[in-house]
Every structure is written in C-alpha cells, then in structure tokens.
Write a protein that binds this ligand. Structure first.
Ligand code: NAD
Length: 539
C-alpha cells in the first residue's frame, strides 16, 4: 500500500499575515472587473450572447460577471465532445489521469488559492474561513485523496486466484459514455468534485454548475485546463438544469448522473432517467446527495458549554446554508434552563455583513429566492402560537440578502421548522422533560424524512450507546459531542440515506467505485487440445 496524502492545512489569515494581505488584494481586483464567462465545449470558449449576470449576494447591485448560457446546440456539442474524448482519456491510463488531478490540487494549494477563495467569498458570500475550508482545503483533499484511493483499488480489485497456466486480471473500466454532473451553489469543492471524480477513473463529463456559483466554478474549470485536462473530458455548461438534463438524456451514451442539491430536484431527475431508460445504451448510475434536517440531541448529563458552541457554529456558520447545518435540537429542560440565557447573549454578539470585513461571522444568504423562502418560515413561526422566537427574526434585503441568526423554541415537535429543510440561519429547539431521553431518540428518528447528519451530546457512555443504536439510520454522518457540520475528506466520508441521498460517500473510495464497470479477463496459457474430461473414461 502506498502512503496516503495528508489533509491540506487550513490557513488562518491572521492580522498582518501575508496571506491576509494577498487575499485582500485579490478581493479588490475581482471587485474591480466584470468577467465574461463562456461555456467550455471541447476545450473551447463558446460565447452564446444569451447572458445573465452574476452578482455579489451581500451587495446585490454589484455585478461580478456576465455569463453566457448554453442552448441546445452547445449541450449537444458538449455531449458529442465528451463521447469523442473518452477513448484517448481511457488510453492515457489511471496513473496519468491521477497526476493531472494531483496537479490541480497543487495549483489550488499555491498559485490559485487566493483567486479561488476570493471568488468563493464574493460569489457565494462566504467568510474567509468558510471559503478556505471549502474552496481550498476540501477540494485539494478531494483531488489528492481520490487519486490515492483510485490507485489503491486498482490493486485491491485484482482477482485473488490465478491457477497454474492461467492469468486472471480485472480491468478497471470506466462507465461507457458520459456522466452528467449537476452541482450545488453552497460548496465550491463539491461543484468541482462532481465532474472530476468520475473523470479520474476514465469517464468524461458534462458539468452543469449552479446559477449561483458560475463565477467560482468557471475559475476552477480554467484551473483544471491549466493542469493539463484534455479537451472534451469535462465540458462546462452554465444554463438551465432541466434543458441540459433533457438533452443529455436524449443521448444514448448518457452513462450516469452525479448530483448534489435538493431532494425534490433529484427525485425529478431520477424519474426522468427512468423514462429515458429504453433509449439508453446501458443502465445509468444514479448518485445523488440531497437535503438534510440535521439534529442535535442533548442528554441531561451533557457538557452544556460544548453544546452551546456546537449549536451556534452548527446552525449559523455559512448562514445555515450547509446540508449538514444543525437546524433542530432536542434539549432537556434542565440543560435548557442552564444555556438559554447564554445562547441568546452569544447569538446577539454575532456580527453579520460584507465578507471583506474579516470580523464578520456571517454574511448574507445566496439570493432573493432563498431570502423569501427562509423569511417565510420565520414569519409563519411568528404567527404560530406554539413557536416563540427567542432571538433574531429580523431581515433586510436592501443591500444584500441578510437574515439574522434566529432561534425558535417550539412546544410542537412536528412544527414545520422542526421537520422541513430551511437552508438558512434558523435553529428550532424542542425542550423535553429530562427523563424522556429514549422517547426523544424515537421522535428524532421519525420526525423528518431526511437522514444526513446529527449529533448526540452526553458525558455517559451508556447514553451515547443508546443514541448510537437508536439513531443508526437517522444520519449518515453521526457526531458524538460535536457539531453535526464540518466533515473532512478521508476522516468522515460524507453522505446520508432516506431522503438525503444515495449515500455514496463523496471523498471516499465508495463514490469512485460507482463510476467504474470492471472487465474480468482470463488469459489461458495452457494448450488444451483434448475436449474430453477424465470422468468420461470408464476403463
Ligand atoms: P438545487 O436543488 O436548487 O440545485 C442543485 C442543482 O440542480 C443546480 O445546479 C440547479 O441548477 C440544478 N437544477 C435545478 N432544477 C433542476 C431541474 N429541474 N433539472 C435539473 N437540474 C436542476 O440546490 P442548491 O440550492 O444549489 O443547493 C442546496 C441543496 O443542496 C440543499 O437541499 C442542500 O441540503 C443540498 N446539498 C446537499 C449536500 C449533500 O452532500 N447531501 C451537499 C450540499 C448541498
């Protein structure tokens, strides 16, 4: 076994540091230009002149880029070029492909780091820390660890037995055809990983980025080309998800979908794939990581200070726009009496504003649609007699789409903010009687259709084990005495089941295995010249 990579160290951007001053310069530079973003089809820039603008969410009058959207012609061309590029891409061999993505990681760790971080801060309104852990560290880790895992399973998947005179091998073929990668706005790292993970093992891809992250995603497309990604291997298509899916599915060489986004969109795509099945060459692989309603359950014996920090960070970092964000908490009365005042005090201390001001802990939510959806939940809670907003509840969309960190206490464990994904800075707390811990575990398990992440807080091993067993299928990523966010590649491979996805664990070998279709090869070196068997001899 080869030695494995290490996780990319997180830069601090402390006052007076070179990193901080370089990043500030880059932010200014990007704020002073308007980029023209084309489609990239077969390695060529295509300007369609059917454009939309890309704005800064915390300052939505500021335009970052004009984006040229793909139409049917570009989508069809992209499918063709992906199909055409596959033979050479396979022939290049796994090692050469792995080296291209390792070069991508090195470029991102060094030359491109500030550019991609600044772009993610401006395009998706992330604080410097949130951009650094996502767009730099997580993506560097995806590229390095995926290359490592692919090398390892190429060895591990070889047959165990080759009897004398025979050589058995397994060719790690990719899927035949192209993979459609439809990517979310909230993690720059996930966006680039979805087309590049299948590409690493020999697939080619169409990349449909989210309309809210065209800018940072386009820069990553350029980075991959600079690292030597051959033309046509990944084709970058800003545009309508529905139209791109329709055109891709009309092509018999559609081999799979790598999706991250909301549950309803993924379910719709799955149904469309099922309908298209008779006209496709093969059975496509369907991989989707979707929504969450992530929980924190506290036991009366828990560390109350640790719980408070986990709730604040888990619920409000990146404005709660993480699929793993803590958005429902079940807290026993004795613990709630101990932390309520403190959590209100600390929430009121959270500074919110422009990502350029590094003292801010939060910025704005992503767009008008998200703003309206999240404030809708808050307004309905204000009018619900079973809900009480104990802190936050305000919002302001005049300059950017800002929503205050909000905590709702409810007496109804099935209130909509306890069970539906909000995807914003809203935490709902249900306070339970101290001796109902086991009932609460059952309630947590059944309350919501999602099963992505969750945490248990307790200082007692027996109680932890009870939660561990009862919540087995309630979360694909389970945390003990920690917040339910912040999974790290190669440490906690990420994904959930039930309505949260196919649980194919991005950032681990299980995901890469979905993009291969092995060929078993038996080579016979014996000269077999007699067709009869010994049992046929009666003498
Ligand atoms: P979204 O579902 O709105 O969009 C995701 C992608 O799907 C975008 O590229 C979008 O353009 C595309 N799309 C939208 N409608 C489509 C259609 N009809 N056909 C084809 N494509 C279509 O999600 P989002 O707002 O970008 O991201 C937030 C969601 O993603 C949340 O639900 C969050 O929980 C989830 N998410 C999950 C994970 C995970 O690992 N489980 C990670 C990140 C985000």
């Amino acid at each position: 076994m080869s030695s494995h990579p290490i996780n990319e160290p997180i830069l601090d951007y402390e006052a007076g540091s070179e990193h901080k001053s370089n990043l500030k310069k880059e932010l200014n530079k990007q704020l002073n230009e308007v980029l023209e973003i084309p489609c990239i089809v077969n390695g060529k820039k295509v300007y369609t002149n059917n454009t939309v603008i890309q704005v800064v969410p915390h300052n939505h009058k500021h335009t970052l880029a004009n984006v040229h959207l793909a139409g049917k012609k570009e989508i069809e061309e992209a499918c063709k070029s992906a199909i055409k590029a596959q033979t050479d891409w396979i022939n290049m061999g796994m090692e050469n492909r792995a080296q291209i993505f390792e070069r991508c990681a090195d470029l991102l760790a060094n030359k491109w780091r500030m550019r991609i971080n600044a772009a993610t801060m401006l395009n998706q309104s992330k604080t410097v820390f949130q951009a650094e852990v996502d767009a730099a560290c997580e993506l560097i880790d995806f590229w390095r660890f995926n290359a490592h895992y692919a090398r390892e399973f190429h060895e591990q998947l070889q047959p165990l037995v080759s009897p004398e005179g025979t050589i058995n091998t397994t060719e790690i073929r990719p899927l035949e055809g192209f993979v459609l990668a439809i990517t979310p706005f909230n993690f720059t790292s996930i966006a680039a990983n979805l087309p590049s993970a299948p590409a690493l093992v020999g697939c080619t891809a169409i990349w449909k980025p989210s309309r809210n992250s065209y800018y940072s995603n386009y820069l990553l497309m350029q980075l991959m080309m600079e690292a030597g990604l051959p033309d046509g291997v990944i084709n970058f298509l800003p545009g309508s998800g529905s139209e791109i899916t329709e055109t891709a599915l009309a092509n018999p060489d559609f081999a799979g979908i790598h999706f991250t986004g909301s549950t309803s969109v993924f379910q719709g795509i799955w149904q469309r794939i099922a309908k298209a099945l008779p006209s496709l060459k093969g059975y496509p692989r369907i991989v989707g990581e979707t929504g969450g309603k992530d929980f924190v359950v506290a036991h009366p014996d828990c560390d109350q200070k640790g719980l408070t920090v986990a709730l604040l960070r888990g619920a409000f970092e990146y404005q709660g726009q993480k699929c793993s964000a803590a958005s429902r908490a079940y807290i026993p009365t004795s613990v709630w009496n101990g932390i309520e005042e403190k959590i209100i005090l600390e929430t009121n201390k959270i500074k919110m504003g422009d990502c350029n001001d590094f003292t801010n802990f939060m910025t704005s939510v992503i767009d008008e649609r998200a703003f309206n959806k999240i404030t809708g939940y808050i307004e309905r809670a204000k009018n619900d007699s079973k809900c009480n907003i104990i802190v936050g509840g305000g919002s302001d969309n005049s300059k950017g789409w800002f929503i205050e960190p909000t905590i709702i206490v409810t007496t109804n464990p099935k209130s909509e903010t306890m069970v539906e994904e909000i995807f914003g800075p809203v935490l709902t707390v249900y306070v339970y009687q101290d001796d109902y811990f086991e009932d609460i575990l059952d309630m947590c398990d059944k309350a919501s259709p999602y099963a992505l992440t969750g945490s248990i807080f307790s200082s007692n091993e027996e109680n932890i084990q009870k939660a561990y067993n009862k919540l087995r299928f309630t979360a694909g990523n389970f945390y003990i005495n920690d917040k339910p966010t912040g999974a790290v590649v190669a440490q906690q491979p990420f994904g959930g089941a039930r309505a949260s996805g196919t649980n194919d664990k991005a950032g681990g070998p299980l995901n890469l295995l979905r993009w291969i279709s092995p060929r078993s090869v038996k080579r016979n070196n014996l000269k077999i010249h007699d067709w009869t068997y010994p049992f046929m001899d009666e003498s």
